[in-house]
Design a protein around this ligand. Sequence first.
Ligand SMILES: [Zn+2]
Length: 192
Amino acid sequence: MLNSPDSITEEVIVSTSEKVKNICSTSATGDDDNLSTEHFMFQFNNTIKKQLSSKNSTWIPWVNEENEEISLFRFGRSPGYAEKEVRLLKTFEWKLYINKTEMDTSHCALLSDIPRSLRTVKVLVQLLAIVDNHKLCEGCGETENYRWLNNDLILYKTKDGKNAVYVENEKIRSTNCQLFLPNQDRMCTACK
Ligand SMILES: [Zn+2]
């Protein structure tokens, strides 16, 4: 049918265009606003910022043009570096840093629905909203309180030699930490 242009009716064109529209919206999880490193600053200022409803939402965007990576920083009380950072690699895979330490987010139930690659504004906004609106586990305490046990904290290894704790900004957190808590608890079960 498509070989003969005369036979393409309006109906066929409309239905094809509808199909294309559906394919596009499905591939972009219902939001055709695909993230782009090139246009990220524009996207952040014009779309993302407006969708972040929380008043505590004070993300500062930065695009590393050399590595084609995007970083979103949130500063806390510690001067100098970001308390929280969401980093999007060139592949749009995301990483979360707390006090410059990369976190394993696989134990966080709240983040389990967020795909490993962030393709759309919509999913990025969902991720930032989780970070904004939930309490971060306080971890297991200050490194100072543990020094007497072992000077270099080497004690905190699992049986297979992996690190059992993160040391971030003089604080200790379990590597199984659930990070963002769904309730008002101060610590997650792994850090208690
Ligand atoms: Zn924890």
